[in-house]
Each structure stands twice: as structure tokens, then as C-alpha cells.
Design a binder for this molecule. Sequence first.
Ligand code: GTP
Ligand code: 5AD
Ligand code: SF4
Ligand code: SF4
Length: 350
Amino acid sequence: MYADTEMAPASATSPPAVSDRLGRPLRDLRLSVTDRCNFRCVYCMPKDVFGPGHAFLPKSAVLSFEELTRVARIFVEQGVEKIRLTGGEPLLRRDLPVLVNMLAQIENLKDLTLTTNGSGLATLAKPLHDAGLHRITVSLDALDDAVFRAMNDVEFPVHRVLNGLDAALESGFAPIKINMVVKRGVNDHQIVPMARHFQGPQFILRYIEYMDVGNTNGWRMDDVVPAGEILSNLGESFDLRQLPPNYPGEVAKRFRHANGGGEIGIISSVSQPFCRSCTRARLSAEGQLYTCLFSSVGHDLKPLLRSGMTDEKITRVIRSLWKDRSDRYSELRSAETTALPKAEMSLLGG
Ligand code: GTP
Ligand code: 5AD
Ligand code: SF4
Ligand code: SF4
């Protein structure tokens, strides 16, 4: 099933990158640690689909900490430098700091980070920092409590996320990135208030264009506020200057406040796709490897991990899958692709 590929040279200091058909190296791994979430954001886990009757993964189907750490180490040996823990909501995974501690010990891993909705940070920020987590990103779509409650759709009050952010700052996570998905007519009036609130060195606010991920959010192009419009909106209140990327393949375009008030970013995956430099692999909580956020199917690594297969064989499979990759969904987006079946964002962790 998988073409054989050459084995990686055994070098502890400079892991060999494997490149796909479009010459893109494998540099980032996003590990989903659970498919569950305590929010029901309207653009991600709409209640009518993810209601009380929804079948989440049983515990036995979810990769264990040992399996996650093993697979993460294999990816790092193949050139992955950054691991991001995602969900669903990753803080719902029991004993998450134990996993962080295991991953933090992987040799040559440069960046270990996590994306959370922030609801559990008041209690978990310090244990996660102590366990060796380098950075966190918090999703927050509005400061206005009524708007925020309507978007998370579980009546979660915004002040609890803000308390979680305080706890994260006190624990040593700064700067913290804030992800705001912008949906027209829902929270676009929060663009400027969010920028005001998160000005300064402790936060980097990123505006994300609403995407057609999954099949359940009823995405329409009319709901997307394109990056250009977000920028011109901001331009009426702030003097912003564009910054160069921090690293090749960074998804956010960066801007700084000319008055020294810190940085913001815009992630324009709909209006200005960045597939050309996409170096991200995604592993779902049940061990399906996806080579694109918009893939309809993953490649099941769990049977490999649970069948006594050697690291060398698993390495070959992963390299082969990456070499075969030609995904560039956002560049090809059209009425036809939008209608294709896709894995849900809550499985892939964004
Ligand atoms: P840093 O490690 O801090 O640079 O994070 P990042 O800029 O990679 O951002 P993050 O992983 O937090 O991604 C932010 C959001 O951008 C995600 O939640 C997605 O909505 C979007 N995004 C990230 N990666 C991709 C991608 O490969 N394709 C698309 N279409 N969108 C992506
Ligand atoms: N479009 C854009 N971003 C999304 N996210 C979830 N669903 C969507 C969507 N449809 C973002 C969340 C979070 C990250 C995991 O993915 O806001 O920041
Ligand atoms: Fe949960 Fe994040 Fe999806 Fe919202 S966007 S429902 S917080 S996984
Ligand atoms: Fe990468 Fe797919 Fe996103 Fe393009 S659409 S940037 S290939 S994950």
C-alpha cells in the first residue's frame, strides 16, 4: 500500500526533512488529544449536530499518552520542529500536564505549544507551564459578553476566559496569542475593541477568516470578512505597519502598532491562501493522520502503533505518506470543493 522510501540518516542534531510533491517539508505536527469540547462554537461544533446524542470517541479509541509520545518522537526524528496540542478542547484531556511533560523531553523538539478555548486555564496554566509547555494560544471571539456567549453557545461568560488569561500570564506564558474567528454580522463589530484590549507586549491578537472546514457549520462566502476589510477597519483606529514573517510558512501576516503598542496578525486562509508553504501534518485523537485541514479522509496510524510495528516501519509509512502529499485545498477552493465531505474541525483541532 505504501511505497518504500529511503530511511533517514541517523543524525541526532539535524533531523532530515522529508518533502512532499510540491517541495514542502514536514515541519509541524498538530496533535489532537480529544474530540470533546465544553463549547459549541457555532462555526465549529453547532449544537444541532454536536448535541446530547452525538457519539464521541470511546476512551479505547483515543491514543494513549505513550502512543502520542512515541508518534511525536518519530515525527520529530523526521524533521518536525513544532508540536501543537489541540482538540476539541485539549484541557479536557485528563492529566494533560503529564503528557506535556513526556513530550517536552523529546530531543530536538524546538517548540511545544497548545491551542485552548481558555476555559480551564485558571487551574491548568501553572501545571502546564511547570510541565514544560512553551507557549499557549487562546481562542476568543469577542469581549462583549452577550456576543461571546452567543458564539460559544453554552452561555460561557467572557470574564472566565479573561481570568484564565491572567493566570496564564502569571504562570509565565507571554506573549499569548489570541485567535479571533471573524464572522460577518456576528462579531465583526468586535474587531476594534479586541485590538484595543489586547494592545501591548503581552498579547498578539490574530484575526482568522472564517473557513469552510467540516460539513456542519453552514459556511457561506458572504459570512467571511476578508483580511483586506479587517485591515481597513483597523486602519480607521490604528496606525499599523507590516512586519516580515518570523519563519518561512508562518500563516499569519504580522503588523505592529506604529506607537509601539505591540503586534497583531491576520490569517487569510480564504482570501489569500498560504498552501504553498504549508508544512503541517495533523493527527486526530484516534490516530488518523491528515495532510490537510480540508481532507475528507485520514490515514490510520493506530493499527500500526497497536500491532507491535517497529519505529523504522512506522517511519517509512509516515515519510511515504508525506512524500505523496499534494494538498492545496485553499488555493483550489470553489463551489465544488466547498461541497466535498471533509473531516470536522473539532477532530483536527484547527
Ligand atoms: P504559531 O505557532 O504561533 O505561529 O501558530 P500559527 O500561526 O501556526 O497559528 P495556529 O496554529 O494557532 O493557527 C491559527 C489558525 O489558523 C488555525 O486555528 C486555523 O484556523 C488557521 N490555520 C492554521 N494552519 C492552517 C492551515 O494549514 N491551513 C489553513 N487553511 N488554515 C490554517
Ligand atoms: N474557521 C476558522 N477558524 C476556525 N476555528 C474553528 N473553526 C473555524 C472555522 N470554521 C479556529 C478556532 C480556534 C482554532 C482551533 O480553530 O477559533 O482558534
Ligand atoms: Fe470547541 Fe474550539 Fe471548536 Fe469552539 S472552536 S467548539 S472551543 S474546539
Ligand atoms: Fe495546508 Fe490544506 Fe491549509 Fe492549504 S488548505 S494551507 S494545504 S492545510
